[in-house]
Design a binder for this molecule. Structure first.
Ligand SMILES: NC(=O)c1ccc[n+]([C@@H]2O[C@H](COP(=O)([O-])OP(=O)(O)OC[C@H]3O[C@@H](n4cnc5c(N)ncnc54)[C@H](OP(=O)(O)O)[C@@H]3O)[C@@H](O)[C@H]2O)c1
Length: 164
């Protein structure tokens, strides 16, 4: 099963200046719980934004560059290769961004684990959008803002109802 994990605002905004748009510790914990022990696939820019491999997960990073190298990750030259490697390691594969990679993998994805943040923020990277003709929301859990969380947010699970 291929799952996209993404946190987005009301306009599907996900990032600006190669950074996330918010700091939500409970969302980071949720992300860790979902992805730990499984391969994660990301674009080179997202890897650079995180700055290091995420522990307890095989980090697969996609880049077209031949001269780019980092310790502790598997670098591949295409999305096809990333999915091939990841599926060899585990039947549950997670795609963790960013916008460029989400756009190219959405059609090959079975499940979306979305954190919908109750905010509309300036951004330069967006998620392509969830078409309700293709996706069905199967669960939703909302969390209110507090001193550590500047926005309310909901964890939503979407399952593909139309195979492409
Ligand atoms: N809110 C969230 O859940 C979330 C999650 C992740 C990231 N983000 C945010 O998203 C932003 C980064 O996203 P982005 O769209 O700019 O970049 P990205 O998707 O992380 O990475 C793009 C890079 O991936 C490589 N790439 C893309 N398609 C490829 C292909 N078909 N074959 C080979 N390589 C390919 C290229 O690397 P090379 O240039 O090296 O060739 C490309 O420049 C940041 O702001 C980050 O904070 C948000």
């Amino acid at each position: 099963m291929v799952t996209i994990v993404v946190a987005m605002g009301f306009k599907n905004e996900i990032g600006a200046g190669n950074q996330l748009l918010w700091h939500l510790p409970k969302d980071l914990k949720h992300f860790k719980e979902i992805t730990s022990g499984h391969p994660i696939i990301m674009g080179r820019k997202t890897f650079e934004s995180i700055g290091k491999p995420l522990p307890n997960r095989t980090n697969i990073v996609i880049s077209r560059r031949n001269d780019w190298f980092q310790e502790g990750i598997l670098i591949v030259g295409s999305i096809k290769e990333a999915l091939k490697f990841a599926k060899k390691i585990d039947e549950n594969v997670f795609i963790i961004g960013g916008g460029d990679i989400y756009k190219q993998t959405l059609d090959a994805t079975d499940v979306l684990e979305v954190t919908r943040v109750n905010a509309e923020l300036k951004a330069d990277v967006f998620f392509p959008g969830i078409d309700p003709k293709i996706w069905l929301k199967t669960s939703e859990t909302c969390i209110g803002k507090d001193e550590k969380h500047a926005y309310d947010f909901c964890f939503e699970r979407w399952e593909r109802k139309v195979k492409l």
